[in-house]
Design a protein around this ligand. Structure first.
Ligand SMILES: [Zn+2]
Length: 219
């Protein structure tokens, strides 16, 4: 399985990444990637450069640290990953996963093929996504689905063709499975933004869009 990591260049979609979450969240099956304070990761002795903090007070707004470049792919060689962190009241679970990273283009194509959102899908809130956004776990995996916000009442809206993130014209109008507004945002812009900082919330109503499986075209 690890042979998929060759070549190790960043163009290879297969990556070896570290998922970390607070252990008390694991029981619910809904995990966000979150490291304890002052965490430091070393792979085979050298420091792994990654943003481990994300947006303040918003767990889950970081990408899993990628250790592919530092892995030694040689028979008989044991790779060592050390994670050190400040003492914490919470316990953390750390796992190394082999994942296949999707590009924005691939996810846009997937959403395009799926077509328009149906009323049934909007109403069926039990359909949780099998994978999360860019990181499709090849080995067994953690699935993140943030808690849904309480229902929010919306007043009358005017329909705009301007994307609320980029402020340019929407080319692929979309919204989340749980959105109840008529306004749309651009799917590619949304995905590009979440590739950098994974907040996975609707830029219009702030409801959770757990993964690309929760994103639909809306014409
Ligand atoms: Zn929304």
């Amino acid at each position: 399985m690890l042979s998929k990591l060759v070549p190790k260049q960043s163009s290879n979609p297969y990556r070896l990444v570290i998922f970390c979450t607070q252990t008390d969240r694991v029981a619910f099956g809904n995990c966000v990637i979150e490291f304890p304070s002052h965490a430091d990761i070393r792979c085979n002795g050298s420091s792994v450069q990654a943003n481990l903090r994300g947006i303040k007070n918003r767990p889950g707004t970081i990408n899993p640290p990628d250790v592919t470049a530092q892995i030694i792919m040689m028979q008989g060689v044991q790779n060592k990953i050390d994670v050190t962190f400040e003492q914490s009241k919470s316990a953390f679970t750390i796992t190394v996963y082999l994942v296949q990273k999707n590009t924005v283009g691939q996810l846009v194509e997937k959403i395009r093929k799926r077509g328009f959102i149906s009323k049934e899908a909007t109403l069926n809130k039990s359909m949780l996504p099998p994978s999360r956004g860019f990181w499709r776990v090849v080995d067994f995996g953690l699935v993140r689905a943030a808690a849904q916000d309480a229902d929010i009442m919306h007043g009358p809206e005017t329909l705009t063709l301007k994307d609320p993130i980029s402020m340019t014209r929407v080319t692929l109008p979309s919204k989340g499975r749980h959105c109840q507004h008529t306004a749309c945002f651009d799917a590619a812009t949304f995905l590009t933004l979440n590739e950098q900082t994974p907040t996975w919330t609707c830029p219009i109503c702030n409801r959770s869009i757990s993964s690309d499986d929760d994103l639909f075209l809306d014409g």
